[in-house]
Ligand binder design. Structure first.
Ligand code: KG4
Ligand code: ZN
Length: 335
């Protein structure tokens, strides 16, 4: 089995080649055109996917020393994501599958993130039930996994995603895009106790980050009135305090889920799983709660096609039947 997988749900054009569950190559082209807007512009994203996808395919085949006629399965992200971006990947995948006469597997992007920490880990090592925390620029989901393919949503955000909270905070501070990694870097030299912001706490396992965003905005606006150089002078401390607030909000719900479901293993995934503060806080659970933690490799935290191929592998292994006439979808339905 050689899977060619395609991911174009947002602003990364990515193609990977897998042999069974082993990643042979994973090429990610991250679009630059959005930087000037400090946020993803959907129309520009679709156009850039279209412009780059052939080149990314050639690079993925070259890097894995694979000829296109060795491929046995095509996998593609079906959703959720930006509909125009998804359509580029899905149509490209359908075209490839038709011309090569291969089966095509539609993959849920979130399922790809869920499984991303398990890439490169022997299947037998993963224990269920397992708590999986997907924290990215578009999503914040706490899941209870029953096996590789079945999962239950414990909680989700009712407004902004955690990555969005990082990005919007960075925008308020006049930093670049995406703001998460920039805040993470600045926070290394800041004092996280310097500023306190309000951290809304919803009942159950749901999250809300919009109150935090407002609290940061009001504080910064108030301080700028007294000193127009406030942000520049306190950049590191602000970044460290914002990071701690977001990480605290995430850890509160994760701890609550662990207390209720008592899993022996947990994993975190998505772009925010690359955050050093969040990784450290999760790592400390290994010692305090005797839980095994799975972290994705850094290149599998943000969007990538390797996780899409990996999800397809598990679906093929389970003999799932695939509908070849599927269409992309923008939203992940939360029951
Ligand atoms: O998973 P991803 O590539 O895209 C979505 O599916 O949403 O995640 C991108 C998000 C952005 O919001 C970015 O700011 C955030 O992940 N991110 C980080 C870090 N690296 C990426 N946030 C905090 N700290 C980081 N080191
Ligand atoms: Zn993602």
């Amino acid at each position: 089995m050689k899977i060619l997988s395609i991911e174009t749900s947002c602003d990364d054009t990515s193609i990977a080649i897998l042999q069974e569950d082993q990643v042979l190559s994973s090429i990610v082209y991250s679009q630059k055109v959005h930087e000037a807007y400090r946020g993803v512009v959907p129309e520009l994203a679709s156009r850039d996917h279209e412009a780059k996808i052939i080149e990314v395919l050639e690079m993925a085949l070259d890097a894995s020393n694979t000829q296109i006629n060795e491929i046995t399965n095509i996998a593609v992200t079906q959703g959720p994501g930006l509909i125009g971006s998804l359509m580029v990947g899905v149509n490209f995948a359908k075209g490839l599958a038709l011309s090569l006469d291969l089966p095509i597997i539609p993959v849920n992007h979130i399922h790809g993130h869920i499984l991303s920490p398990f890439i490169g880990i022997p299947k037998e090592v993963i224990e269920f039930p397992h708590i999986s925390f997907v924290v990215s620029g578009g999503h914040t989901f706490l899941f209870l996994l029953r096996n590789f393919l079945e999962y239950e949503i414990l909680g989700h955000t009712i407004d902004d995603a955690a990555g969005e909270a990082f990005d919007k905070s960075a925008k308020m501070l006049g930093l670049g895009y995406p703001g998460g990694p920039i805040i993470d870097k600045l926070a290394q030299d800041g004092n996280p106790e310097s500023f306190t912001f309000s951290k809304p706490n919803l009942e159950g396992y749901n999250f809300s980050f919009s109150g935090l965003k407002t609290s940061i905005l009001y504080r910064v606006q108030k301080e700028i009135k007294q000193d127009e150089n406030f942000i520049e002078k306190h950049k590191n401390d602000l970044a460290a305090s914002i990071q701690l607030s977001i990480v605290d909000m995430l850890m509160k719900k994760l701890n609550q889920a662990i207390a209720t479901h008592k899993p022996s293993q947990i994993s975190i995934a998505g772009g925010v799983a690359a955050n050093s503060g969040f990784r450290k806080a999760c790592e400390s659970l290994e010692a305090t709660k005797k839980i095994k933690l799975f972290l994705p490799k850094l290149q599998y935290c943000t969007d990538n096609a390797a996780m899409i191929g990996f999800s397809a592998y598990h679906q093929i292994r389970d003999n799932e039947i695939f509908d070849q006439k599927f269409q992309p979808f923008a939203k992940f339905s939360v029951k």
